[in-house]
Design a protein. Structure first.
Length: 336
C-alpha cells in the first residue's frame, strides 16, 4: 500500500503520503489574526491524524500583497503568537504542518492598503479572486527587492511559530506565478518573460532569501502552477525546466498545480488532473512531488501513487465537503 508508506523530508518524516493542501477559508479576524474559528476548522479537518502533511492556507507577506479580506497574515512579528496556536492544533493530530506564504501581485485588493494600482511583473489589467477588476503597474527593482525581503521575513516568522516548514506560493495567478507565466510577464530586463531563466529569476532570489532566513534545517517547499493551459502560456516543458532550476536553488519539496487563472484544462474531471505534469516533473527531479486535484476516493489516491504520478497526494475539496473523508478513504482501502 503506497498511501500508508512513511516519507522522509528534509529534517522530519511523515507517517503517510496523504496531504491536506492549502485552501483559503477567510476565517482570520482583524488584520489577518488567527481566530478561534480558524483553529476550529483545522482541528476538525485534521482530527485523527489521517494526513501525513498539512499545508495551511496562503498567508500574505505584506499588505500590498493581500488577496482577500479574512486572509491570514504572516506580515508582522505580532502574527507569530496566533500562528503558534494554529500549529499546536495540527500537531495535536499527529500531522506535520507547513505554512504557505504568498503575495497576490496583480490580484491584490488595492483598497486594503490604500494603493491605486497593484504591483505586478507587467502593468496590465487583472481580476481578484472575487472577480473585481484591478489595474496593475510594472514593479520597479526596488519593489521586487522589498518583496524578496518580505518573503524571507515571513518565512522567519513561520519558523518562529513552530511550523515544520514553509511553502512559497507560485500558482493560481498570484505574483510569483505572474512572473513565471509568459502571458503576464512581458518584462525585458533580467526577469524577462522570454526565457525560463528570466521567468524563474525572482523565484530563485526568494528561495535563496528564505533559506538564509530559516537556516539549513528547515523544509522549504514551492507550489507551482505548472501550465497555464492557454495559448502562449507556460507548458509542461517549461514546468520541468523550472522545477529543475528550483531544485538546484534549494527547494526540498514541489507541490504541483496548474492554471494561471484557475483553469484546470480539459481533464479536470479526471482524478489527479495535473498528473501528466507532476509525473514529468517527478521523473526530472530528485525531491518529492505532491499532486492535488480531483481525488475523490482513497482508491484514486492509491492508484495515482502506484502509477508514479507523484510521491504524495493532496485532497482538498473532498475534505472541504466532508471532514471525515480521509478516515473513510482509509476504511475503503481496508486500513483501520
Amino acid at each position: 500500500m503506497f498511501l500508508t508508506q512513511p516519507l522522509s523530508l528534509r529534517t522530519f518524516s511523515i507517517h503517510n503520503r496523504l496531504v491536506l493542501p492549502p485552501m483559503a477559508t477567510e476565517k482570520s479576524v482583524g488584520e489577518g489574526e488567527v481566530s478561534e474559528g480558524l483553529c476550529d476548522y483545522y482541528r476538525e479537518k485534521t482530527a485523527g491524524g489521517y494526513f501525513g502533511l498539512v499545508i495551511t492556507e496562503h498567508s500574505y507577506i505584506n499588505k500590498e500583497g493581500q488577496a482577500s479580506v479574512g486572509q491570514v497574515s504572516v506580515s508582522r512579528d505580532a502574527d507569530i503568537e496566533g500562528l503558534k496556536r494554529l500549529v499546536e492544533v495540527v500537531h495535536v493530530s499527529g500531522s506535520k504542518v507547513i505554512a504557505q506564504i504568498n503575495h497576490a501581485g496583480g490580484k491584490a485588493i488595492c483598497a486594503l492598503d490604500g494603493s491605486v494600482t497593484a504591483p505586478a511583473p507587467t502593468g496590465m489589467p487583472y481580476t481578484t479572486t472575487r472577480g473585481e477588476a484591478v489595474e496593475a503597474h510594472t514593479m520597479s527593482q526596488a519593489e521586487i527587492d522589498q518583496v524578496i525581503a518580505d518573503f524571507a521575513a515571513a518565512a522567519r516568522r513561520v519558523k518562529a511559530a513552530g511550523y515544520d516548514g514553509v511553502e512559497i506560493h507560485s500558482a493560481h495567478g498570484y505574483l510569483l506565478n505572474q512572473f513565471y507565466s509568459p502571458i503576464s510577464n512581458r518584462r525585458e530586463d533580467s526577469y524577462t518573460g522570454e526565457t525560463i531563466e528570466g521567468r524563474t529569476r525572482l523565484h530563485c532570489q526568494v528561495i535563496s532569501a528564505v533559506r538564509e532566513a530559516v537556516g539549513p534545517d528547515f523544509l522549504v517547499a514551492l507550489r507551482l502552477g505548472a501550465c497555464d493551459y492557454q495559448e502562449g502560456g507556460s507548458t509542461q516543458a517549461d514546468a520541468v525546466a523550472a522545477c529543475k532550476i528550483f531544485e538546484a536553488a534549494g527547494i526540498d519539496l514541489l507541490d504541483i498545480s496548474g492554471g494561471l487563472c484557475g483553469y484546470r484544462g480539459d481533464g479536470s474531471k479526471i482524478p489527479g488532473y495535473f498528473g501528466n505534469e507532476s509525473q514529468a516533473i517527478r521523473e526530472a527531479v530528485s525531491v518529492p512531488v505532491i499532486l492535488t486535484g480531483g481525488v475523490r476516493t482513497g482508491l484514486a489516491a492509491e492508484t495515482l501513487l502506484e502509477e508514479g504520478k507523484a510521491d504524495l497526494i493532496g485532497v482538498g475539496r473532498s475534505v472541504l465537503k466532508d471532514s471525515s473523508w480521509a478516515k473513510k478513504a482509509f476504511v475503503e482501502l481496508g486500513i483501520e
